[in-house]
Design a protein around this ligand. Structure first.
Ligand SMILES: C[S@@+](CC[C@H](N)C(=O)[O-])C[C@H]1O[C@@H](n2cnc3c(N)ncnc32)[C@H](O)[C@@H]1O
Length: 280
């Protein structure tokens, strides 16, 4: 248990502030980053500033330390619920590969949670919009035959489509009227981000992963290119539909921090194992 020097809020006739500072201190005493996030996510900017001013130097340092050691996080859970515990405007870039709404089943029988309904679509993208910093980007993969549903949800959540990527496969993942040799993702903006000095090409190469860890496992290389283009080293990248954590691996490789959320316990365990081997 940590011991902090008690500092009384400057104006102790403000019960909300006193309660807020006491809450911060008890989250710090239990060294719980999750408790700290869920406590503060509904606070106004002013309450955060006032509570921060009431903390001692030692307590502020302890919060910085707790934050630094919780930057890389793989969380098991439903991303809509988990994102609700993240503060507004707290991530720098979102790169995600949600279910394509196609009831996908791989040849070996693996399936994807929530691929059979779109009830999660607007709530998930609304939460992504809230937690993303202003004037920042989200890149979302999507299934071409459900583009209308994705576009409606993205726009309703507040995003503006500002670019589109095609990933060129050297093999066909399926064949009907055409042989499917590409994947797609939209570049979505929150606010009005600055234009990059050297914009990247919107056609990117793709390598087959073998889908050994996940039935729709994305290759790390193009994900790393997107992260490098739309975020800076040391920033936080969120993937709420993490699967086997390919985005988190790409974030780690490019010197970013990651928050990865996965609902399926099996894929979460695979992601955990994969991330535990980083740096070996
Ligand atoms: C298309 S896959 C992502 C694959 C990932 N890009 C990879 O390379 O492994 C989508 C993932 O989202 C997960 N998922 C579906 N609904 C979810 C939810 N509400 N919260 C968190 N994860 C969810 C599925 O279990 C699945 O693993």
């Amino acid at each position: 248990m940590m011991n902090f020097q008690a500092v009384t809020p400057a104006n102790d006739n403000q019960p909300i502030l006193v309660q807020a500072v006491n809450g911060l201190r008890s989250a710090l005493a239990s060294q719980s980053w999750d408790a700290l996030l869920s406590l503060t996510h509904s606070w106004s900017g002013q309450l955060k500033k006032d509570a921060w001013r009431c903390l001692s130097q030692k307590e502020r340092q302890a919060i910085h330390l707790l934050s630094a050691s919780n930057r890389n996080r793989l969380i098991h859970g439903d991303c809509i619920h988990v994102m609700k515990t993240l503060p507004n405007c707290s991530v720098d870039f979102i790169l995600t590969d949600p279910p394509y709404l196609v009831r996908y089943k791989s040849r070996d029988g693996r399936s994807i949670a929530n691929d059979d309904n779109d009830r999660w679509l607007l709530p998930a993208f609304s939460e992504m919009y809230r937690v993303l910093k202003d004037n920042s980007f989200c890149v979302s993969f999507y299934g071409w035959n459900r583009v209308d549903r994705f576009m409606e949800a993205w726009r309703k959540a507040g995003f503006t489509p500002v670019g589109h990527f095609t990933f060129n496969k050297s093999y066909a993942s399926s064949a009907r009227f055409t042989r499917s040799c590409h994947e797609n993702a939209y570049l979505l903006a929150k606010g009005r981000p600055d234009k990059p000095q050297k914009p990247i090409r919107d056609i990117l190469p793709w390598k087959y992963t073998g889908n050994t860890l996940h039935p729709t496992q994305k290759p790390v290389e193009p994900l790393a290119q997107l992260i490098a283009a739309f975020s800076k080293p040391g920033e936080v990248v969120l993937d709420p539909f993490a699967g086997s954590a390919s985005t988190a691996v790409a974030a780690w490789q490019t010197g970013r921090h990651y928050i990865a959320i996965e609902k399926d316990p099996n894929y979460h365990a695979i992601a955990q194992q994969r991330l535990s081997r980083l740096g070996e």
